[in-house]
Design a protein around this ligand. Structure first.
Ligand code: KG4
Ligand code: ZN
Length: 346
């Protein structure tokens, strides 16, 4: 850790995350040490509908948030008196879902006179890498692949990002979810596709690997999704049996190849010796293994959070908030949810 952070006093942050369908709270010390990490997953509530229903998500957050915060403090063996700040995701995400976390954090900040730190959700995903890799420091490259985002980012310093590329249409996780629905696997798509892919041949069907002519590091997954849908329709029309595992494995391989190719090009062009992945899709074993292999071939260190820290959680928000806190970033009680918050705007 740099001298700048070594000399500081201990800072404990109560972090809150409610941007989508996980109600989460954590206590994080000095950005890297997770004292507690509570996640209430709403997956069961949304499975029936085949995806996240925003209105249901907001209601569940309201019902669960106080309980989740109390549990996070109890697990850490602490009370609000032991906290130095309260941090919350304020965007991007579902507006109603975000508002529950933001309103709760503001109430705690006001009642306990605690500094309030608003955190960008993607910064949180990137910062998840700091938790289990104490030696990791910027600069490094990071590929953020989640349900709402696909960003290839150069982390130039704590809290400073240069976006090299992003998706032009669907996010990688969104493609997993849509394809899972199309082949009858249902929600949540990513983990289900990964599981069934173990039984399939990743080279059974030649799905496209999209390249964007005017954006070397940009991604596009909607064409791949359409190719899967066309393949399924073609099979149905010609009465060809659909092998679900082969479709899943071939789709997953296509996503993995595109992600790895972009990552390899960026590692070479930017001469970076550290490469990290983050976000829900980063918990995919096939994609992680392919990234790791690329990093070994290119001679760069590979970093990734463990699967529970890849998907949405509040520990990652506490990690990001620590560096924002030291940079003097404070939110006022007028902090609002920003559903389309861009990376670098926070
Ligand atoms: O980061 P995350 O929890 O929430 C967002 O910020 O979006 O990511 C959720 C996304 C979903 O699209 C989900 O299908 C995908 O991550 N995902 C996976 C896996 N686990 C979650 N995708 C592929 N393989 C997985 N094992
Ligand atoms: Zn996320």
């Amino acid at each position: 850790m740099t001298e700048q952070y070594k000399e500081r006093r201990t800072v404990r942050i109560l972090a809150i995350e409610s941007s989508c369908d996980e109600t989460a709270a954590a206590v994080v010390e000095n950005g890297r040490s997770v004292l507690s990490n509570i996640i209430y997953s709403q997956i069961a509530d949304h499975t029936l509908y085949g995806g996240v229903v925003p209105e249901i998500a907001s209601r569940r957050h309201i019902e669960k948030i106080n309980q989740v915060i109390e549990q996070a403090l109890a697990d850490a063996g602490m009370t609000l008196d032991d906290m130095d700040a309260v941090a919350v995701t304020y965007g991007p995400g579902l507006v109603g879902a975000l508002l529950v976390g933001v309103a709760t954090a503001k109430a705690i900040s006001y009642a306990r006179q605690l500094p309030l730190v608003g955190v960008h959700h993607i910064e949180g995903h990137i910062s998840a890498n700091y938790i289990e890799n104490p030696e990791l420091e910027p600069p490094f490259l990071c590929l953020v692949v989640s349900g709402g985002h696909t960003h290839l980012v150069k982390v130039t310093d704590y809290g400073r990002y240069q976006i090299l590329g992003q998706t032009r249409d669907d996010a990688a996780g969104e493609a997993f979810d849509k394809v899972a629905r199309a082949i009858g696997l249902g929600y949540p798509g990513g983990p289900k596709i990964e599981k069934v892919s173990h039984e399939g041949n990743p080279y059974a069907i030649a799905f496209p690997r999209a390249r964007i002519a005017d954006g070397e590091y940009d991604f596009s997954f909607s064409g791949l999704k359409s190719a899967v849908l066309n393949y399924l329709n073609g099979c149905r029309m010609k009465n060809i049996p659909i092998v679900q595992a082969d479709v899943a494995a071939s789709f997953q391989q296509s996503v993995s190849d595109v992600l790895v190719e972009h990552a390899r090009n960026a590692v070479r062009e930017y001469h970076m010796d550290k490469f990290a992945i983050a976000g829900g899709v980063a918990s995919n074993g096939t994609i992680r293994a392919a990234m790791e292999q690329m990093c070994v071939q290119e001679g760069v260190h590979f970093y990734h959070p463990s699967p529970p820290l890849c998907t949405d959680n509040a520990a990652m928000i506490g990690a990001a908030a620590y560096y924002d806190f030291h940079a003097g970033k404070r939110a006022g009680l007028d902090l609002n949810a920003v559903p389309n918050l861009k990376l670098g705007d926070s």
